[in-house]
Design a protein around this ligand. Structure first.
Ligand code: ADP
Length: 260
């Protein structure tokens, strides 16, 4: 009896410890979100200043003789890039900020486009080629666009990680959207090593990660979001190709006309 009580005690202590570890993960994640939001806020001002100074320089140079044409075009490019950086920051802030969920009619193709804009630089840096097979039709769904962006960004970020050790010629991500009956489908596929069958079972569990610094929360958050809108998310291993993440969401066909 004493032995059993001791075992039960030990088991419950382990559970409490695990729970505390999970909580501290969540707390860290929360702090990261706050930090990202703070940094984004701080960066906004210098970016606006850069843009203003460049525009002022362009005006000052206007009419001045012997200014090499490259100077003007370099300033113009600087303004455009500062604007782009500002846009990225705006989106990042929207992603991490605590905000009310806004469920409305959105087009999944548009969500993919927004995400591509955010990861374009990362993809280029890592030598990854993206193939976008987007449906010619809109994919209308009722959801919060920022939350869906979070899902797509997570999948893209995982795909990028999966391609890290692949040779340059084999770094591809394929994003595919289509309609299937009353469902809107979004697939993110990569040409990485794929997922072993035993891992397919646990990928979506919170805190499951095979990465040295992974939190293991990405896919679990994706699942929560997708299911919140009556959808499904699943993972599949494509032999000799890589991993494929498949999302189905109910199409908002009646409201579709409001999209245009
Ligand atoms: P994290 O990225 O922090 O590890 P996730 O929940 O996003 O957390 O992913 C959980 C695990 O699923 C990853 O650690 C990895 O083992 C596996 N995984 C996710 N996406 C892919 C992918 N595209 N290819 C191979 N494995 C993947």
């Amino acid at each position: 009896m004493r032995q059993r009580t001791a075992e039960a005690l030990e088991a419950s202590e382990t559970r409490v410890k695990e729970h505390l570890e999970k909580l501290s993960h969540v707390a860290r994640l929360h702090t990261m979100g706050e930090m990202a939001s703070g940094i984004a806020h701080e960066l906004n001002q210098p970016l606006t200043a850069i843009s203003n100074y460049c525009q002022a320089a362009m005006q000052l140079l206007d009419g001045v003789e012997d200014v090499p044409p490259q100077v003007n075009s370099a300033l113009k490019l600087a303004v455009a890039q500062a604007g782009r950086a500002g846009e990225i920051i705006k989106r990042l802030r929207a992603l991490v900020s605590k905000r009310a969920i806004e469920t409305r009619l959105i087009d999944v193709n548009q969500v993919v486009g927004n995400c591509m804009f955010l990861v374009e630089y990362d993809l280029r840096e890592r030598g990854i080629e993206v193939v976008q097979l987007l449906s010619g039709y809109s994919i209308p769904v009722m959801a919060d666009s920022i939350q869906l962006e979070q899902v797509v960004l997570n999948l893209l970020s995982n795909a990028m990680d999966a391609l890290k050790d692949e040779p340059a010629m084999k770094r591809h991500v394929i994003v595919h959207t289509r309609r299937e009956g009353k469902k809107g489908i979004l697939e993110v596929r990569d040409t990485g090593r794929g997922i072993t069958p035993d891992l397919l079972e646990v990928l979506f569990h919170p805190f499951f990660s095979t990465k040295p610094h992974g939190m293991g929360l990405g896919l679990s958050i994706c699942q929560t979001i997708v299911e919140q809108y009556g959808g499904l998310i699943s993972a599949e291993n494509i032999p000799a190709s890589g991993a494929c993440f498949h999302i189905e969401l109910p199409l908002a066909l009646q409201a579709e006309r409001q999209l245009t």
